[in-house]
Design a protein around this ligand. Structure first.
Ligand SMILES: Nc1ncnc2c1ncn2[C@@H]1O[C@H](COP(=O)(O)OP(=O)(O)O)[C@@H](O)[C@H]1O
Ligand SMILES: [Mg+2]
Length: 295
C-alpha cells in the first residue's frame, strides 16, 4: 500500500470521526426528552421493580421515567456515556440520593410488596439489604476484622462473639479474601492492595446479609489482574445475590452480566440479554454506543 493511500485513508477516517463527533454533540445539545425503552424491562419474580423513576437535581431532570426490573441471582450491567445517569439511577435503588441536597426522586421501587420510597421506610436496614460498593475502595481506618465486624455489630446481627466471628470469616470467604488475610486480621484494612481493599469492601457489604449489591464502577481504580479477580468474584456472588453494576467498560459488561441496560441522556434506551445488546441491539443509539461511534 502506498503512503498516499494511507494518508487518504487517514483523512477519510478523520472526516468520518469528525462527523460522528458532530452528531454526538448534536445529540447532547438537543433538548432532553423522555423516550420509550426498547426490550423487556420486566422479569418474572423480580428482586426490585422500578416504576417510572425520575430523578431531578434542582431543575435538571437527570433520570427520566425509568421502568426496570432487577432479577434474582442476576448481574445486570448499566452502561452508557458519561453523565447519562447511571450512578444517579443506581443510587435510587438504596435511596442514597436522599443524602444529596437538592436531589428529588419520584416513582416507585418495589422490593417484594414494599415501595422503598414510601414514607416511613427506614433507610438504615434498606441500605444493608441493598448494599453498595463504590468506585474507590473505602475501607474504614480500622483493622481488617473490624471493617467486616462493624456492620453486623451496629445492626445487632450477632448474638455473641462466636456468631460475630463466624460472620466475619464467612463474609471474607465469600469475598474471596480470607486466604490472603486470615493471618493478619488485626492489621489495618487500608494497608491492603487496591484489589484487596475492594474485596474487603465487598466483604463488609456481604456481612450485613444483603439481597442486592450495587457496584458503581468497582474496578475502575484497579489494575487488570485485580479487576479479573473481582469479575470472577461477581460471577460467584450471583448465586447468592442480585448484582447491579455500573461500568464504563463494555468488555466488562459483556464478561460479567446476563442483562445489560443502556442509558443515554437520562433515558433507559434499551435493556436485554447482554449477548443481544452487544451483538444485535435494537435501538440506533445503543448500536452507536457499542460500536464505539460515541461515548
Ligand atoms: N450531585 C449532583 N448535583 C447536580 N447534578 C448532578 C449531581 N450528580 C450528577 N449530576 C448530573 O446528573 C447527570 C447524571 O449524572 P451521573 O448519574 O453521575 O451520570 P453517570 O454515572 O452516567 O456518569 C449529569 O448531567 C450530572 O452532571
Ligand atoms: Mg457514574
Amino acid at each position: 500500500m502506498s503512503s498516499v493511500d494511507t494518508i487518504e485513508e487517514a483523512v477519510q477516517l478523520k472526516r468520518a470521526n469528525f462527523k460522528q463527533a458532530a452528531g454526538h454533540m448534536d445529540s447532547l445539545t438537543r433538548k432532553q426528552e423522555q423516550r420509550e425503552t426498547e426490550g423487556d424491562v420486566r422479569v418474572e419474580n423480580p428482586r426490585l421493580r422500578c416504576n417510572d423513576v425520575n430523578v431531578y437535581y434542582g431543575e435538571k431532570h437527570a433520570v427520566m421515567g425509568v421502568n426496570l426490573d432487577i432479577g434474582r441471582n442476576e448481574v445486570i450491567a448499566m452502561i452508557g456515556p458519561s453523565g447519562c445517569g447511571k450512578s444517579t439511577f443506581l443510587r435510587c435503588l438504596n435511596r442514597m440520593n436522599d443524602t444529596i441536597v437538592g436531589c428529588r426522586v419520584t416513582g416507585q421501587i418495589f422490593m417484594d410488596e414494599q415501595d422503598i420510597n414510601a414514607s416511613g421506610i427506614d433507610v438504615v436496614p434498606l441500605r444493608a439489604t441493598v448494599g453498595m460498593v463504590f468506585q474507590k475502595p473505602n475501607p474504614f481506618p480500622k483493622s481488617i476484622w473490624e471493617n467486616v465486624a462493624f456492620g453486623p455489630r451496629i445492626h445487632g446481627l450477632a448474638q455473641n462473639k462466636a456468631e460475630l466471628e463466624e460472620m466475619v470469616v464467612t463474609s471474607l470467604q465469600r469475598a474471596g479474601l480470607w486466604e490472603e488475610v486470615k493471618d493478619r486480621l488485626e492489621q489495618p484494612g487500608t494497608g491492603l492492595s487496591g484489589g484487596q481493599q475492594q474485596r474487603l469492601c465487598i466483604a463488609r457489604t456481604i456481612a450485613v446479609n444483603p439481597e442486592v449489591i450495587l457496584m458503581d464502577e468497582p474496578c475502575s481504580a484497579l489494575d487488570p489482574i485485580a479487576t479479573a479477580v473481582i469479575e470472577d468474584l461477581i460471577d460467584e456472588l450471583r448465586e447468592l445475590y442480585s448484582i447491579v453494576i455500573v461500568t464504563h467498560s463494555m468488555q466488562q459488561a459483556a464478561r460479567v452480566s446476563q442483562r445489560t441496560a443502556y442509558f443515554h441522556l437520562g433515558n433507559l434506551i434499551e435493556v436485554g440479554e447482554t449477548t443481544q445488546i452487544f451483538t444485535n441491539p435494537v435501538h440506533k443509539l445503543t448500536e452507536d454506543y457499542i460500536t464505539g461511534r460515541f461515548g
